[in-house]
Design a protein around this ligand. Structure first.
Ligand code: GAR
Length: 216
């Protein structure tokens, strides 16, 4: 099977990256991780990638004069590893229009909220302040507007009465670890197809029951 070669961009813990790497251990998973790139030298994910035997590179944004100079090195690393699709996994740098356009339709991201709600930072704090009962996570294509690209897959997560931002983030992160490999598989095997600004899913799965929070 020809596998989709991905490059994963990280800035921190790298737990989503690790979930993808673990999914790739299965022979029938249609994706392979060509390289993990961190913009932070101290990111925990760099060591995880090393331990997993995955090529890992640090491209420290602080060492470059501006974003284009930083991204030129990112692009060189992605090209060097024959990357076909870029997967942002907790990558916390704003990318230039040029970089985004260059990877348009070939770059995806995971966001810890049910987009289009709670774009940007501090999603969990804002969800708690609003008193929403369901939040979740979204895998989507990257486009010029932050957190606004075509949605590939989402997972819903309950918000519990005694949650704080830390407990809620942990529950959402667990869902992210399931969702990201699932979304990638659908993209790689052609089940998720981007048509203009919408991702169409070819699936025979019936809609499951409504999720009520709190349970009825
Ligand atoms: C994840 O919750 C991810 O959704 C979020 O950062 C965390 C990274 O965790 N990303 C964003 O907020 C992007 N705007 P990880 O490094 O352990 O995968």
């Amino acid at each position: 099977m020809k596998k989709l070669r991905i490059g994963i961009l990280i800035s921190g813990g790298g737990s989503n990256m690790h979930a993808i790497v673990k999914a790739c251990h299965a022979d029938d998973f249609p994706v392979e991780v060509a390289v993990v790139i961190s913009n932070r030298p101290d990111a925990k994910g760099v060591q995880i990638a090393k331990d997993e035997g995955i090529a890992s590179v640090v491209v420290d944004h602080k060492l470059y004069a501006d974003r284009p100079a930083f991204e030129a090195v990112l692009n060189a690393e992605l090209a060097k590893h024959d990357v076909e699709m870029v997967c942002n996994a907790g990558f916390m740098r704003i990318l230039t229009e040029e970089f985004i356009n260059n990877w348009l339709g070939k770059q995806i991201n995971i966001h810890p909220a049910l987009l289009p709600s709670y774009k940007g930072l501090h999603c969990h704090e804002r969800a708690l302040a609003d008193g929403v009962k369901i939040t979740g996570c979204t895998v989507h294509y990257v486009c010029l507007e932050v957190d606004a690209g075509a949605i590939i897959a989402q997972a819903a997560v309950p918000v519990l009465d005694d949650d704080d931002a830390v407990s809620l983030a942990a529950r959402v992160l667990k869902a992210e670890h399931q969702l990201y490999p699932h979304a990638l598989r659908m993209v790689a095997d052609g089940r998720a197809v981007k048509v203009d600004d919408i991702v169409r899913i070819k699936s025979n799965v019936e809609a499951s029951d409504t999720l009520h929070v709190p349970k009825l």
